[in-house]
Structure formats: C-alpha cells, structure tokens
Design a protein around this ligand. Structure first.
Ligand code: SAM
Length: 242
C-alpha cells in the first residue's frame, strides 16, 4: 500500500496564519459566495462556511476531495467538486482564493493565464482574487533537503519517513522530489513536482493582462508590505472588467 498523502495532509500542513488571513479577508470583504480553488482537505472552505459563506471548493485530486467531504460541509454550505478551474460557475463569486501555494503549481505561463481567466470569469465585477506565492528572493528551495525537512508520519500502516529534496533550479521553475520511506519495509517512493517561483513583477503583469488590479501585496501573513527579506508574496487583486 502506497503512502496516502491526502490522509496525512493536515498533519504535514496544519492550517495556520494563511487560513486565518483568508478568513479575515472574506469577512472584511463581506463575501457571501467564495471559491477555494485547490482546496485540498477543505479546512479553509469549512472555516468560511462556519461564518455563513456559501463555498465552492474545487480540487483535481479525488482523494483530497474524499477526505474533505468526509469531514462535513457545515450545514450544506460547501459544494465539493473534483475538477480544475474550468468547472467554476460564471460571475457569481465575491472571492476566489488559492492557498497552500497552489498558485505555484501552474508552471507554464499559458496554464497560469488560463487559471486567472477562469477566476476572473467566476468573479463578479469588483470581486477579489487572493493567493500567495513563495517570494523567489527567499530561495525556499535551498531548505528542501532531507536533513531540514525530514518528518516521521504515523499512518494507519505504521510510521513513514517523509522529506523533500530539491532537484533542479531553473528559475522561475524549481523541481523537487518528495520521498516517503516505509520504516517497516524500507520501501522508498519518490514523487517529482515542479513549481513556479514567479517574481512580483511577473505576477503583477499576468494579473493586469487578465483584467485584475492589484489592491494589496503583502510580504507576510500579518499584512506587512513586501521587503527584501519577505518570504511570501500575498496578493489581493480586484476583478475590473470582462
Ligand atoms: C499544498 S495543497 C493546498 C491545499 C489547501 N489549499 C490548503 O491550503 O491546505 C495543493 C493542492 O493543490 C491541488 N492542485 C494541484 N494541481 C491543481 C490544479 N491544476 N488546479 C487546482 N488545484 C490543484 C492539489 O490537489 C492539492 O490539493
């Protein structure tokens, strides 16, 4: 039996300042309809629903949606969908969020532009798109070594080692492997992913081309501006036109 990432996702990635930031954003914006794109196990979607928002939570990974839906939908206010951004309904959302660095999975510019177009289509005029991307200046990939990232994860089938290793840096692309090692059998499995580390300028240009105006750009979850030491680029952009 392989490692079930969706079952261990919350242990490996506990909801934290990022979800609290998007919770505050939804409330400050008066959002009633929100989209959680790349919702994973759905903790942000449930958090929003707890405040009375209607939420469309979308993720292409059926295992993630299974875990998310299994935790409930907070009074029927969350709709869980297995799919990509093209499943979003037109024009009704007040807020679309991609968190957990989902924005970085769109490596090709054409894929990134398509997601921005779909988010724009899903939003009413004046609606907000918000997401974060790791700031390339912080060079997060340099910390993706076995020594720095090794965790032991308890699974239903015993403990498993879990770690990341950067494979190749060719900015804006960074390829890295995620390893798991079953401590009972010694079996090692590697899974390669590639992320885009877009610059602030590239993000701003792509948003402008998709019909968004950047309202706010933060460098950390406390809402501070971007500085030369910022680790995150947290973007809030308004849908201007169709
Ligand atoms: C690191 S998880 C983040 C999950 C959740 N947003 C959170 O904050 O915990 C990344 C998620 O992005 C999803 N994902 C991968 N490719 C995607 C795509 N093309 N469109 C939308 N989501 C995608 C994955 O299935 C995964 O659930």
């Amino acid at each position: 039996m392989g490692f079930d990432f969706s079952a261990s996702y919350d242990e490996l990635n506990p909801a934290d300042d990022d979800h609290r930031f998007y919770e505050r954003l939804a409330l400050a914006h008066g959002a009633r309809d929100a989209v959680d794109l790349g919702c994973g196990t759905g903790s942000l979607a449930r958090r929003w629903a707890g405040h009375g928002l209607r939420v469309h939570a979308v993720d292409p990974d059926p295992a993630m949606i299974r875990v998310a839906a299994g935790r409930g939908d907070v009074a029927g206010r969350v709709t869980w969908t297995v799919g990509y951004s093209d499943v979003l309904a037109t024009g009704s959302a007040d807020l679309v969020v991609m968190t957990g660095h989902v924005a970085q999975v769109f490596v090709e510019d054409v894929a990134w532009s398509a997601v921005l177009a779909d988010a724009g289509r899903a939003l009413r005029l004046g609606g907000l798109l918000a997401f974060e991307s790791r700031h390339p200046q912080a060079r997060a990939w340099e910390g993706w070594t076995r020594a720095a990232t090794l965790r032991i994860v308890e699974t239903g089938e015993g403990p498993v080692e879990f770690w990341h290793e950067t494979v190749e840096v060719d900015l804006p692309r960074v390829a890295y492997d995620t390893f798991t090692r079953d401590l009972a059998t010694g079996e090692v499995v590697a899974n390669r992913d590639v992320l885009a580390f877009r610059s602030p300028e590239a993000i701003a240009a792509s948003l402008a081309a998709a019909g968004f105006a950047v309202d706010r750009l933060h460098g950390s979850w406390d809402g501070a501006p971007v500085t030369p030491r910022s680790v995150e680029l947290i973007v809030c952009a308004t849908r201007l036109h169709r």
